[in-house]
Design a protein. Structure first.
Length: 290
């Protein structure tokens, strides 16, 4: 374990330096799930285009969602108040969205030759979708927070994880299949867990993502007592619930999770009935997004 931690620390330092440098220079390349980009493009090309259907499909891919949001909020578009994906889609228009999707479809999402890393990569995505789904439903049952904003904040709360995962998968691809097993799964997991927060905050800051999103990325464990019913607090609560329901990328302490849920319940004014409703069938809903 000591050796794994030491290796992970070195990887985090090196990957962090590379990723942060690319973010600040505007050269970060984000590969996304090709199936999602293809589905989005097909909806755009449909003569009977349905924006709600497009947005619902876009919501399945954290990195693509972040990129679309960034484009809509850019100075050129002057849409600093965009806080949901639906607003971002409306702001960009069909032609800009098509161009962006075509660009993303040229980027291959790499797959590991190690089945354990494949599984771990999938868990990163599943956790984000689970938190986003719970956050939206919790917001709809409380007051003071926009449910679509909460979904977006939940989807992107761990955005640094798929970025680092993509970097590691790219490194594996460049090493070649002969190097299967090049990275121990414990090192892979530790690298992602240790480095994702700094990367996510840097991305959100540089891209000027909504404050609600950035706040959820910067800290997912400490509730904001001054802004009790906020998107960030709802995401923190949803994050704890998702982990309790098994959507986690690493081992968690049940006592810590229970404590976060208890505090969140009090902070948001949520009872057991609401919790039971939002977690019911969660696994099926996440699977449907695949």
């Amino acid at each position: 374990m000591v050796a794994a931690a030491s290796t992970a620390e070195k990887l985090v330092g090196e990957l962090g330096r590379i990723v942060l440098g690319r973010i600040s220079a505007g050269r970060l390349v984000l590969p996304v799930m090709p199936a999602v980009a293809q589905s989005c493009l097909a909806i755009l090309q449909d003569p009977n285009f349905q924006q709600k259907k497009f947005t619902a499909t876009l919501e399945r891919e954290p990195l693509l969602s972040a990129s679309v949001l960034r484009s809509a909020m850019s100075a050129a578009n002057a849409n600093a108040n965009v806080k949901t994906l639906d607003q971002a889609v409306s702001a960009l228009g069909m032609q800009k969205l098509k161009s962006q999707l075509v660009e993303f479809m040229t980027r291959e999402l790499f797959k590991s030759t190690d089945s354990r890393i494949q599984s771990a990569t999938k868990k990163v995505w599943e956790h984000s979708v689970a938190v986003a789904t719970l956050a939206r439903e919790i917001a709809a049952m409380t007051s003071g927070a926009n449910s679509d904003t909460c979904y977006l904040a939940g989807l992107l709360h761990d955005v640094g994880k798929p970025i680092l995962a993509a970097m590691l998968l790219d490194a594996e691809r460049k090493l070649g299949k002969a190097k299967s097993g090049w990275l121990d799964i414990a090192v892979w997991t530790s690298t992602i867990e240790s480095g994702h927060r700094k990367v996510g905050v840097a991305l959100a800051t540089e891209w000027k993502l909504p404050d609600e999103v950035t706040s959820g990325i910067s800290d997912c464990s400490e509730y904001d007592s001054e802004n009790r019913i906020s998107a960030a607090n709802i995401v923190r609560f949803a994050n704890a619930l998702a982990k309790r329901e098994g959507f986690t990328t690493t081992t968690v302490d049940p006592a810590d999770i229970d404590a976060l849920i208890m505090i969140g319940r009090s902070m948001l004014g949520i009872d057991d009935d609401v919790i039971a409703k939002v977690v019911a069938g969660l696994a099926e809903r996440v699977a449907q997004a695949a």
